[in-house]
Ligand binder design. Structure first.
Ligand SMILES: *Cc1c(COP(=O)(O)O)cnc(C)c1O
Length: 375
């Protein structure tokens, strides 16, 4: 029987092995491990790719969010709105700077619902941290309207959204700061932890550079309280290599999404995410392929018996459902979504045959065809 893992952590290395080993040899023989030219070159290349002024390589996306909130003065007494369908990291970054996390419900596109967002605004609300989820950028016209009319600060958890655009503008470039993750399973993944901040203000950029390096400036003085959150130079050099072929990665993911759409679009019992060419204002990079399914748990078990890996995001809970965090609110759309959501494999290791096998197996579960018979 064919095996389709949800994510193959060896694939990225094995499929670029020679080029990666060349980069390691080059960086290693220069002894260039911390904040060297490779980091700056990657940051410049990434900013160019995004159409942004600056990017700053940091330790991970969670640090990127914490640093951004702190630099923009978000702290105790301030409420920050987040979609409840996000990683706990979005919320922990807010809690770490001492502000209050307010989860809001999701809309039909499974991202933050502008109506729920507006209804959650109080006199304490200072900011929105929007999660650009699954490689899709939210409808930023609606979000920007709320931001402007309520005088809020906008931050983006764009950890899942590199390559995604709304009206031709890259995710992560809408707010005061965009936060990217290079965790190995992300669309641009490195070989460990890594992240970046996207920033269009040169004064703030200089402060981020100091903040990630213990508050130290190039003059040797310490200008502010910092931390150690530097993107490793070696990781940056490898990421820069991957960035050069990143458009092909996005194109392949969109192709896989199109195949899922063609083969599963008419399958009763499923609600698929928007297809790649559904809507001109969205360009999705398909970090994940997250759908809703009737009999979700049984489907998942059935696919496991076909050697197909699937995942339920965040371990199956929206933010407000983690009882110990004390964020409980009535968010009915998300509650319903989390009874039905499931992610199918979506990665560069998938062959067309793998995708067909996944689709045949899903259809077999819903009784729409015979069990797949793949040698
Ligand atoms: C992965 C992820 C993060 C965390 O990124 P790290 O680099 O691991 O800190 C935050 N938010 C979302 C939506 C993510 O998917």
């Amino acid at each position: 029987m064919r095996t389709v893992p949800f994510f193959d952590y060896t694939h990225n290395f094995m499929s670029h092995k020679d080029q990666i080993l060349e980069v390691v040899a080059d960086v290693g023989s220069r002894g260039a491990f911390i904040m060297q030219k490779d980091l700056l070159e990657f940051e410049i290349g990434l900013a160019e790719y995004l159409g942004a002024k600056h990017t700053i390589g940091v330790g991970n996306a969670t640090d990127a969010m914490e640093m951004s909130l702190a630099l923009h003065g978000i702290g105790p007494g301030d409420e920050v709105l987040v979609s409840t369908h996000t990683m706990v990291a979005t919320a922990s970054a807010i809690a770490t700077v001492g502000a209050t996390v307010v989860p809001v419900d999701i809309g039909p596109d499974n991202l933050m619902d502008p109506k729920s967002c507006e209804a959650s605004i109080t006199s304490q609300t200072k900011a929105i941290m929007i999660t650009q989820l699954n490689g899709r950028t939210a409808n930023m016209d609606s979000i920007n309207e709320i931001v402007i009319s309520n005088d809020l600060k906008l931050f983006e958890d764009s950890a899942q959204a590199l390559g995604s655009k709304y009206r031709n503008q890259a995710a992560g470039t809408f707010g005061l700061a965009g936060c990217l993750s290079f965790y190995p399973a992300k669309i641009l993944g490195c070989f460990g932890d890594g992240g970046a901040i996207i920033c269009n203000d040169t004064d703030i950029y200089e402060q981020y550079l100091m903040m990630r390096d213990h508050g130290r400036g190039s003059d040797g003085d310490v200008h502010l309280w910092g931390r150690n959150s530097r993107l490793d130079n070696l990781q940056a050099a490898i990421l820069h290599l991957f960035l050069k072929s990143f458009d092909q990665v996005v194109a392949r993911r969109r192709e896989i999404a199109e195949m899922y759409q063609e083969k599963l679009g008419s399958c009763e019992g499923l609600q698929l995410p928007p297809a790649p060419n559904d809507d001109e204002s969205h360009f999705d990079s398909f970090q994940n392929y997250e759908m809703q399914a009737e009999h979700r748990n049984e489907l998942r078990e059935f696919l496991a018996s076909c050697n197909i890996g699937t995942l339920i995001q965040w371990g199956g809970k929206a933010l407000h459902q983690f009882k110990k965090l004390g964020l409980d609110r009535t968010l009915p759309a998300a509650d319903r979504f989390f009874e039905r959501c499931l992610m199918l494999p979506m990665s560069m290791s998938l062959t067309d045959e793998d995708v067909s096998y996944v689709c045949d197996s899903v259809q077999a579960f819903y009784g729409q065809r015979n069990l797949p018979n793949d040698g």
